[in-house]
Design a protein around this ligand. Structure first.
Ligand code: FPP
Length: 245
């Protein structure tokens, strides 16, 4: 089954949760859950491209994840490096533009260098944007945008009265992406965990008990079917929405 492209969310974001519990339930070290989670990333990116999503953002490493045990952080960094190296041909061959949001400068060179190489080389691709949130925090990103705008105001480049929602959205690292329509979180947890706080203002939320390492194409299609059945009102009444068609 492939969803009708006119009913697709333009931009889907995923909080890929449950890697640790997936592993622990099998008596495996947590890092094995992350390894299986990296396979789900590959499957879901391929499925997203096939169904025709315009943008997919994945919460791969939060600003707070630096405080996890050092061996877990090291494994995640290695998996990120492996991903951008191993998937380079797939990303380029399928016209995917890779971007990264978050404090990319905090990543070790062995991750940042191949990541930024692929970001640069894929910049002209148009089929889908894959956005990796790395060392990312929603509050941190809002503060960074506010700071950049304050600096422009201090230099006289903009006036406080120029600041609109649209201008602020553009100042965020997600500024070039379509509006976030659907936010998925796996593993049964139901919270945003500092992910895309501004961008999620009108997103539909979809929670599933499935752990991320078990999440694949069929689960993505289920989430898209759920989105298709939602009535989005953006603060209006049902009657207003229906009469507007
Ligand atoms: C949350 O599960 C997941 C993460 C903190 C990392 C996500 C990373 C990957 C899916 C693999 C690498 C990514 C790419 C893009 C190749 P958790 O460990 O918090 O799970 P738990 O809540 O069960 O402990």
């Amino acid at each position: 089954m492939t969803p009708d492209s006119t009913r697709l969310p333009r931009h889907v974001a995923i909080i890929m949760d449950g890697n640790g519990r997936w592993a622990q339930r099998r008596g495996l070290p947590r890092v094995d859950g992350h390894r299986r989670g990296a396979k789900s990333v590959k499957d879901v990116v391929r499925a997203a491209r096939e169904v025709g999503l315009r943008a997919l953002t994945l919460y791969a490493f939060s600003s707070q994840n630096w405080d996890r045990p050092p061996d877990e952080v090291a494994t995640l960094m290695q998996l990120l490096r492996d991903y951008v190296i191993d998937e380079r041909a797939e990303i380029m061959g399928n016209g995917i533009r890779l971007i990264a949001i978050g404090e990319v400068d905090r990543l070790p060179d062995f991750v940042r260098d191949p990541l930024l190489d692929l970001v640069r080389d894929s910049a002209g691709n148009r089929a889908m944007t894959l956005c990796l949130a790395l060392s990312y925090g929603g509050r941190e990103s809002i503060v960074a945008a506010a700071r950049a705008l304050c600096e422009l105001a201090t230099k006289g480049v903009i006036q406080p009265s120029d600041l609109t929602e649209a201008r602020f959205s553009e100042a965020l690292q997600t500024g070039g992406l379509p509006q976030l329509d659907l936010l998925i979180r796996t593993s049964g947890e139901e919270r945003l965990s500092n992910f895309l706080l501004w961008e999620a203002a009108y997103a539909e939320l979809y929670f599933t008990d499935t752990f991320w390492p078990d999440f694949g194409r069929e689960h993505l299609l289920e989430a898209l079917a759920s989105f298709d059945g939602r009535e989005r009102r953006f603060g209006l009444t049902r009657e207003q929405i229906r009469s507007a068609g």
